[in-house]
Write a protein that binds this ligand. Structure first.
Ligand code: PMT
Length: 222
């Protein structure tokens, strides 16, 4: 009997639309060399999986990663930050929850060669330019934005600052300098931060468990 009631409440949960970014971006210097970071996509894919399992529509915009697409998720593959921005803008409309889990490269080389440069052709220094900030760029009315903050020091203060600057409903802070959590790990230890200054610390748990807590928190707002 209890099982039946639980199933009914699952059905009654209001289905939402999630757009989730995951993984790294690559910013090419030439055809085979690029700037990037160690993100594997595990955290973003776990959130996509959790949201889909709970009956939500999920679009997963993924940088270059080797993970399988979770069941029930529509995946859009991109390489660079500018491609990710374009895909995010195409998918966001009023009512969308945008979760920025991707480790987007903040800079790209000013010049990128289409072919492989020979050693002798490589410049002594690579000039960098700023990439667009994807979360801050999305200003569509009715889009609820949730971000992540990958920090190595002053974790909570830096995350709180990003939450305000990017106009987020919540930011999930993680310390990527610690072993066993953050980039590449199966576990994470995060804190939820809100624009009013509230902070909720979660203990270390699997990324799948963190993902479920994030999705449940977002559901509670609607
Ligand atoms: O992929 P995994 O190996 O599982 O690792 C998970 C993770 C460490 C990548 C993840 O937990 C995480 O912290 N993701 C955010 C990484 C990041 O780029 O953080 P940031 O503090 O630099 O950026 C803050 C927020 O702005 C993020 O939501 C980011 O997606 C977004 N951003 C950043 C730069 C940019 N140009 N555009 C953005 O939208």
């Amino acid at each position: 009997m209890l099982g039946v009631l639980q199933d009914e409440s699952e059905v009654r949960r209001r289905a939402m639309r999630f757009v989730i970014t995951a993984g790294p971006t690559r910013e090419h210097i030439d055809a085979v060399r690029f700037l990037s970071n160690p993100s594997t996509g595990k955290m973003g894919f776990a959130i996509a999986e959790a949201a889909a399992k709970r009956g939500h529509e999920v679009v997963l915009i993924a940088g270059p990663v080797v993970l399988k697409t979770p069941a029930g998720v529509r995946r859009v593959d991109v390489v660079s930050a500018r491609e990710m921005l374009k895909a995010v803008c195409a998918e966001c409309r009023p009512g969308t929850v945008l979760a920025g889990v991707a480790a987007v490269a903040d800079f790209r080389p000013k010049i990128s060669a289409k072919r492989k440069l020979h050693k002798g052709e490589m410049p002594g220094a690579i000039e960098l330019v700023h990439n667009p900030d994807i979360l801050a760029s999305v200003k569509t009315k009715g889009v609820v934005k949730v971000g992540f903050a990958a920090e190595t020091d002053d974790v909570l203060a830096s995350a709180a600052d990003k939450c305000r600057r990017k106009n987020l409903r919540m930011i999930v802070a993680n310390d990527v300098s610690r072993r066993g959590i953050g980039f590449g790990a199966d576990d994470n230890e995060v804190a939820f931060l809100f624009p009013d200054g509230a902070v909720e610390r979660l203990p270390k748990m699997t990324k799948r468990a963190v993902a479920r807590r994030i999705v449940e928190r977002i559901e509670s707002w609607f």
